[in-house]
Design a protein around this ligand. Structure first.
Ligand SMILES: Nc1ncnc2c1ncn2[C@@H]1O[C@H](COP(=O)(O)OP(=O)(O)OP(=O)(O)O)[C@@H](O)[C@H]1O
Ligand SMILES: [Mg+2]
Length: 290
């Protein structure tokens, strides 16, 4: 056993180097809604945003929360990852953003997972950045789209594309909280300052109630000194913001997206599934979800 691993055991420290609290199973809810809206944002690509939206959403659904996942990425990875064929769709979140003659409930799709619905997107959404620019209250289009279903859900999680463009601003404007997934690798912190600045601008100008719910370390390989050092630096930079829960790197996640199923059902008894279950409990313990 390495010195660090021995020390961790001795002190009861969690993977982020801090004492690990217990996150109890939250009580069942009496009723549903109104929803707390959370954006999963990082302008860096491939850090685990979509995977975290699906996996956290499924973990919350598993404990009886009614969850809506919103695909706000023209790549449609969230839609595809939950079993929806993005090319089969006539009406998507794009039409809801741009046109007023649609009912959001008719666009929302159920998934095979109980309590887990999706508002899908496809490549049509790539036009939105350009066309929204000329709209009145262009930052508020998504908030308007979601308003009619706020009471139907306990949590709404928005999957953002890797950019800080107008779609991501719409997500932040519609949200109560932000989760920032960070890959545990050397350049992870690059760009976080810009992201935090963007969040602060949205707080100042459009949505004063917006909070950062937490930074989530993803694709963590605890066996490497490098990953542990990156993790320590992130905790040093954002002491209380980093979730105690971390997500390890495992091939089960790409396998689950190929199977178009959340990790909690695709590989239910794995550490990866349990990590997102713990994240769901930690988020609730922090007040980030009901
Ligand atoms: N914990 C993990 N371990 C291993 N692979 C992972 C993990 N999380 C995600 N992946 C894989 O890494 C790739 C990128 O993940 P994902 O699509 O969730 O990132 P993203 O931030 O949404 O990317 P983009 O910015 O392109 O939207 C995917 O192939 C996914 O299956
Ligand atoms: Mg994605």
């Amino acid at each position: 056993m390495s010195d660090t691993a021995a020390q961790t055991l001795e002190l009861g420290l969690g993977p982020t180097g801090r004492p690990l609290p217990e996150f109890p199973e939250p009580p069942a809810l009496d009723g549903h809604g109104p929803a707390r809206v959370i954006s999963m944002v990082n302008q860096k690509g491939g850090v685990g945003k979509t995977t975290s939206v699906i996996s956290l959403g499924a973990a919350l659904a598993e404990i009886g929360r009614r969850v809506l996942l919103v695909d706000l990425d023209p790549q449609g990875a969230l839609s595809a990852g939950t079993g929806i064929n993005p090319y089969d769709l006539d009406v998507t979140v794009y039409n809801l953003l741009m046109e007023r003659d649609h009912d959001v409930r008719e666009v929302i799709q159920e998934t095979r997972t109980e309590n887990l619905d999706v508002l899908p997107a496809n490549i049509d959404l790539s036009a939105a950045e350009v066309t929204l620019v000329n709209e009145v209250a262009r930052e508020m289009a998504l908030a308007r789209v979601l308003r009619p279903v706020m009471d139907d859900y306990d949590v709404i999680i928005i999957d953002c594309q890797p950019s800080l463009g107008l779609l991501t601003i719409n997500a932040l404007a519609a949200s109560h909280g932000v989760i920032i997934p960070l890959e545990a690798e050397y350049f992870a912190l690059r760009g976080v300052a810009l992201l935090v600045e963007t969040i602060e601008k949205v707080q100042d100008r459009i949505n004063p109630a917006l909070e950062i719910d937490g930074i989530l370390i993803t694709m963590f390989d605890q066996r490497t000194l490098h990953a542990r050092e990156v993790c320590a630096r992130v905790v040093e930079a954002f002491p209380d913001v980093v979730f105690h829960t971390t997500i390890n790197r495992t091939v089960k996640f790409p396998d689950a997206s190929v199977a178009a199923e959340p990790i909690t059902s695709f590989a239910s008894n794995t550490k990866g599934a349990d990590a997102y279950r713990q994240l769901a409990r930690e988020l609730i313990a922090r007040g980030g979800a009901a």
